[in-house]
Write a protein that binds this ligand. Structure first.
Ligand code: NAD
Length: 498
């Protein structure tokens, strides 16, 4: 296994791409402006990157439209699209160390996660959609036998993908892989905090044989490049992952421009329900810790509300506290670290602000402080509050950091009511040894994914997304590929009667 020094040595071999990738080439922003991206583990600037704005988005959309209309990708044989995306999956694997390091340096993510989850996961998703391309069939409608009506799936055209920083490569691939597989062109705007890995991905895609203009990456700020994409009259659909507030802006952009389709994967305040009949409390504690402190809590489906049946609440908290004492918050390049920094100084302030507010409403169980300030990094302790009232901000608002809200419930009905009392509906977990209870509770929860006796269960084979203000539309699975197509009916009339 590699040590921190091994990874640090590899860092010296990396040359981050820092220009926009438009029509097959790296290019400066039209006005030459740049912005900086910072290493969250040190607070030091990593790279100065092209700051794309409306003019750059225009160039990228024009290239994407031109190649879409040419049919070079959109009407290429499915077997050809498949071979190109399979090559891209292979290239991601060949460059796995580099991509993992870029996400670790740029996003502060643990190298143990980026090298074993994000990058292999991205390659696997690309491969899965590549393999799906030539296994999809159209339909023949059950019309009268004299007629023939066929239903085909057509690519939408130009898809704008706007993604967050918590899984920079993987969130982008969740959008790109099904969109490209379906034959679309894509203009991707990565988060301004973490543009580096997808710039490299775009270059690898070109090397894999993706025609120029099919995948463009325009780095920049949300209210500049992001808004320009959302309002662009020649973009057919937006696939967005990010906050609920910005998701709502994309609905407005679409309504005020060309009524483009909008797919939103937004925030969450996922509940983890633990019933007293869950006998393996050690398993529950282990999962609860991963569910909120994994990725420093910066996960849309983080199990940030732990709702425990009264009789086991104290014992579960003890077991969680014991596990948290074993967490090692530190340098994400060090494989011994089990929790890294938050993404930015701004996010650190936000999270500590939530912690301060929570002190007035609930009882601190552990944590609550900034760590390793001398490193310049944005570290915070794993933190939990107990006896958090349902009305408290910590029960309602997404923190997007390592802060757990614990409260108790009396019975099943109380548990379900509390879990559903949220404006979000992305995910939920249920721990119980009763199959009947698991089915009843899972059926009653308003959440896109309900994990039973685990947390955050997901796979490329299963749709992922929310209800209520967690958004709509699904990533992953064949449903995601469907969402990047429209249904066309072609009717061949039979012989005229009489
Ligand atoms: P964010 O909404 O601030 O930013 C997401 C993207 O939107 C970024 O690329 C950003 O530049 C862009 N953006 C920001 N303001 C914009 C504007 N005015 N117009 C157009 N684009 C704009 O979110 P974030 O802080 O990067 O990520 C955290 C949020 O993402 C959390 O709320 C989290 O729950 C959510 N998230 C959801 C999922 C999911 O699948 N449901 C996954 C990861 C993150």
């Amino acid at each position: 296994m590699r040590t921190r020094d091994d990874w640090a040595q590899l860092v010296t071999t990396i040359e981050p791409r820092r220009h926009a990738f438009i029509d097959g080439d790296f290019t400066d922003a039209a006005d030459g402006e740049e912005f900086t991206t910072v290493n969250p583990a040190t607070g030091v600037v990593l790279a100065s990157v092209a700051r794309g704005k409306a003019e750059d988005v225009d160039r990228a959309v024009a290239a994407a439209r031109r190649v879409f209309s040419s049919g070079a990708w959109s009407r290429a044989a499915p077997s050809h699209r498949k071979s190109v995306l399979l090559r891209l999956a292979e290239k991601v694997r060949e460059h796995a160390d580099e991509l993992a390091l870029l996400d670790t340096l740029d996003g502060g993510k643990l190298i143990t996660d980026t090298s074993t989850v994000d990058v292999p996961g991205s390659a696997a998703i690309l491969q899965w959609y590549a393999e799906a391309i030539d296994k999809q069939y159209g339909e023949v409608a059950p019309t009268a036998p004299t007629d023939l009506a066929i239903v085909t799936r057509e690519p939408l055209g130009v898809v704008g993908a706007v993604v967050p920083w918590n899984y920079p490569l993987e969130m982008a691939v969740w959008k790109l892989a099904p969109a490209l597989a379906a034959g679309n062109s894509v203009v991707l705007k990565p988060a301004e905090e973490s543009p580096l890995s997808v710039l490299r991905l775009a270059e690898l895609a070109a090397e894999a044989g993706l025609p120029d203009g099919v995948l463009n990456v325009v780095p920049g700020y949300g209210d500049e490049a992001g808004q320009a994409l959302g309002r662009h009259p020649d973009v057919d659909a937006i696939a967005f992952t990010g906050s609920t507030a910005v998701g709502k802006l994309f609905l407005r952009y679409a309504g005020e421009s060309n009524m483009k389709q909008v797919w939103l994967e937004c925030g969450g305040k996922s509940a983890n329900l633990v019933f007293a009949d869950a006998n393996d409390l050690d398993l529950v504690a282990a999962k609860a810790v991963v569910g909120i402190f994994g990725c420093s809590g910066q996960v849309c489906s983080a199990n940030s509300r732990l709702l425990v049946e009264e009789p086991v609440a104290d014992e579960l908290l003890e077991r969680i506290s014991a596990r948290v004492r074993d967490l090692r918050v530190g340098d994400p390049l060090d494989p011994a670290s089990t929790m890294g920094p938050l993404i930015s100084a701004q996010q650190l302030d936000r999270v500590l602000g939530h912690v301060e507010a929570a002190r007035a409403e609930s009882t601190l169980a552990f944590g609550g402080n900034r760590l390793h300030e001398a490193t310049g990094g944005y570290y915070v302790e794993p933190t939990a509050f107990r006896d958090v009232p349902p009305t408290a901000a910590l029960s309602r608002e997404e923190v997007f950091g390592p802060v757990l809200a614990i409260s108790t419930f009396r019975d099943e009905a109380d548990a379900v009511a509390r879990a559903n009392a949220s404006e979000y509906g992305l995910a939920a977990s249920v721990f119980t040894d009763s199959l009947q209870r698991a089915r009843r509770v899972a059926g009653a929860l308003h959440a896109g994914t309900v994990s039973v006796n685990t947390v955050d269960a997901l796979d490329v084979t299963t749709p992922f997304g929310g209800v209520k203000q967690s958004g709509f539309g699904r990533d992953l699975s064949l449903h995601a590929m469907d969402k990047f197509t429209w249904l066309k009916t072609t009717w061949f009339a039979g012989p005229e009667k009489g």
